[in-house]
Design a protein around this ligand. Structure first.
Ligand code: RB5
Length: 152
């Protein structure tokens, strides 16, 4: 797999799965920027989601991975950052289409939903599937145009 610079973060509910993913991704040579949290003490997921999303939107990292209990709070927050297309993926098919159709740049995972084996498969698919372009490029461009028009 081509090394990808990844910003990764979780809240307390996603901490264990984030640590599992870190070991898995580091073993494959991906440089990681860990944006927290550092243990299972309760934290507020937006604080971490902002850090990961800004690392990706600012260009320091190519991809973001966020884990909370359901993945919902992380994806909702990350999608508020201009330039971010965060996709909540509970399965491999969604992970593939999030890349092929939506050119997603942040993967959100439900730490209380997704098991360790499945999360490895989802992350691998997300990191290796290219954007399909063509008609999807027009649609993604409309998302980004709409974001610009509405952010003032
Ligand atoms: C924390 O209890 C939980 O609300 C959080 O991890 C996440 O699932 C929110 O969307």
């Amino acid at each position: 797999m081509t090394p990808t610079t990844i910003a990764i973060g979780s809240d307390h509910a996603g901490f264990e799965l984030k640590e599992h993913l870190k070991r898995f991704l580091e073993a494959q040579g991906h440089p990681l920027e860990d944006c927290g949290t550092v243990n299972t003490q309760p934290v507020d997921y937006p604080d971490v989601a902002w850090k990961v999303a800004e690392a990706v939107a600012g260009g320091r990292c190519q991809v973001g991975i966020l884990v909370c209990g359901t993945g919902l709070g992380m994806s909702i927050t990350a999608n508020k950052v201009p330039g971010i297309r965060a996709a909540l993926c509970h399965d491999s098919y969604t992970a593939r289409l999030a890349r092929e159709h939506n050119d997603a740049n942040v993967l959100a995972i439900g730490g209380r939903i997704t098991g360790t084996g499945l999360v490895e498969e989802i992350a691998t698919i997300f990191l290796t599937t290219p954007f399909a372009g063509e008609r999807h490029a027009r649609r993604v461009a409309k998302i980004m145009e709409g974001e610009t028009q509405r952010s003032t």
